[in-house]
Design a protein around this ligand. Structure first.
Ligand code: CP
Ligand code: NVA
Length: 310
């Protein structure tokens, strides 16, 4: 088992394939225990700062409850509390680390959480930035593992914006040997840097993952095992919403597109979903949709991560 004590999680690229495996195994074991005997708290007397500079339902609730399960006291902070009143990142973190044993942060720029991690002597967890969402990535790997029995060699199609989730799936595929194709309109592809980083990781670890970017959703979905989408306008892009709905026409996951996937394919979405935009009701409500398993697995993946780093 890999020792993750004290480690930051800023992107999935921070982890090795063996470390991802350690987190997933811990999550599966704790999920089972929680549903049967219950697990003794492992972090009693410790505390966590959960800082949300953007809105959250799933991440906030699942982190707060993961802390409670572990005996870790959560303190939830918003934009009026942290990084406010012109207090520097340095000073904010030097104060917080006198109180808490781990800092979980949802923010805008990846550079912001990197600066936090530079100053923090306690582990820092990325609860979503504009560029990455590693906690969702771990929960989704767990969900795929549960439904498909494996990740290596599967074909994952992500149709939509080349955003924090697209970036996260590229890294998740690279580390687990899952082939990932991202399909979105021209101008909304993931950044070339992230694609290169993910391909570099696949090469370094020899996982065999093929990572592709296309503008053709049918090509991406054809023959795939996992079909995923996400909102077309992420948090911080609300003003672009109407324009993006026009740009992304033809990139909705609907039943005809889904029919091109393998007959036992699953549909995933990190949520919140915009029904009628990136996905139709028929697809998200279908038997092959596992979106609420994904949401539940946020709790299990994050509890595992917190217990490993503490
Ligand atoms: N998927 C996800 O991170 O949901 P929230 O934004 O509600 O936390
Ligand atoms: N891409 C979305 C994910 C929400 C969980 C956003 O950043 O708003």
């Amino acid at each position: 088992m890999q020792n993750l004590h004290g480690r930051d999680l800023l992107t999935l690229g921070d982890l090795t394939p063996q470390e991802v495996e350690t987190v997933l195994e811990r999550a599966i074991a704790q999920k089972h225990l929680r549903k049967t005997t219950g697990k003794p708290p492992v972090a009693t007397g410790k505390s966590a700062a959960l800082i949300f500079m953007k809105p959250s339902l799933r991440t906030r609730v699942s982190f707060e409850l993961a802390c409670v399960d572990l005996g870790l006291h959560p303190v939830v902070l918003g934009p009026a509390d942290a990084f406010s009143r012109e207090e520097t990142v340095h000073d904010t973190i030097k104060v917080l680390e006198r109180y808490v044993d781990v800092i979980v942060l949802r923010t805008f720029a990846q550079a912001h959480i990197e600066e936090v991690a530079e100053h923090a002597s306690v582990p820092v967890v990325n609860a979503l930035t504009d560029d990455y969402h590693p906690c969702q990535g771990l929960a989704d790997l767990l969900t795929i593992r549960e439904h498909k029995g494996r990740t290596a060699g599967l074909k994952l199609a992500y149709v939509g914006d080349g955003n924090n989730m697209a970036n996260t799936y590229l890294l998740a595929g690279a580390l687990t040997g899952m082939h990932v194709t991202i399909a979105g309109p021209a101008g909304f592809e993931p950044s070339a840097d992230v694609v290169a980083t993910a391909r570099g990781l696949a090469e370094r670890y020899g996982t065999g993952a093929q990572l592709e970017v296309t503008n053709d959703p049918k090509l991406a979905v054809s023959g795939s095992d996992v079909v995923i989408t996400d909102t077309w306008a992420s948090m911080g892009q609300e003003a672009e919403h109407a324009a993006r709905v026009k740009e992304f026409a033809g990139y909705s996951i609907d039943a005809p597109l889904m029919s091109l996937a393998n007959s036992d394919a699953i549909f995933m979405h990190c949520l919140p979903a915009h029904r009628g935009e990136e996905v139709t009701n028929e697809v998200i409500d279908a038997g092959y949709s596992v979106v609420f398993d994904e949401a539940e697995n946020r709790l299990h993946a994050q509890r595992a991560w917190l217990s490993l780093v503490l």
